[in-house]
Design a protein around this ligand. Structure first.
Ligand SMILES: C[S@@+](CC[C@H](N)C(=O)[O-])C[C@H]1O[C@@H](n2cnc3c(N)ncnc32)[C@H](O)[C@@H]1O
Length: 181
């Protein structure tokens, strides 16, 4: 992504200092660097190509941003993104789909997490906003918890309610047992 496109994407996601942005497939680190420099946010890149990940680390160090940005080498599908408040993607529709098992639980738990995808849609999800980058007229998509298919959200809410009920029952049983003892 070119710098104006990165800036437009950050604007679409209202990225700010308090955010922790994860760029999945961070390439040479340009999104991380622009985000950290322009907003002051913390940023983490995940890059499957070891040589490219090393290049991103060098680019980050050259700008003395090591305290603000970290780069993980590996496949994003098996990484922990629980700290993310914003996720940026510039992959492909297939690449986006492959990330759904990682992103869906994250959005169910933290529905306010913003997922920003440049150019490619997320199959089966409904964007909450779509904008065309001004100069290139290329689409950028914003997703969050509301984007998930309704059946997935319903199932999650049902399981959450069941778990809560079980926990309440367990707490009641424990209390009754303690009082009886
Ligand atoms: C089109 S480049 C985007 C680079 C950067 N985000 C940007 O916007 O300039 C996509 C990058 O994603 C990486 N990639 C693709 N699938 C990945 C995965 N599952 N986990 C981590 N990195 C991945 C590729 O190696 C490549 O460097």
């Amino acid at each position: 992504m070119s710098p104006p496109i990165v800036s437009a994407l950050l604007k679409l996601g209202k990225v700010q200092r308090s955010d922790h942005l994860f760029d999945i497939g961070c390439g040479d680190g340009r999104v991380l660097i622009t985000a950290a420099q322009s907003t002051g946010c913390k940023a983490t890149g995940i890059e499957v190509d070891a040589r490219v990940a090393e290049l991103a680390r060098r680019n980050v160090s050259a700008r003395q941003l090591d305290g603000q940005i970290s780069v993980r080498e590996g496949d994003a599908r098996s990484t922990d993104i629980s700290d993310a408040t914003v996720v940026t993607l510039y992959l492909s529709e297939r690449g986006n789909k492959a990330l759904q098992p990682l992103l869906t639980p994250k959005l169910l738990q933290d529905p306010e997490t913003r997922v920003l995808s440049f150019l490619f849609e997320m199959p089966g999800w409904t964007p909450v906003q779509m904008e065309l980058e001004h100069a290139s007229q290329i689409p950028m998509f914003l997703f969050d918890g509301r984007s998930l298919p309704p059946n997935i959200r319903q199932e999650y809410e049902q399981r959450k309610a069941q778990r809560l009920q079980q926990e309440e029952q367990q707490a009641k049983d424990d209390k009754d047992k303690a009082q009886g003892a």
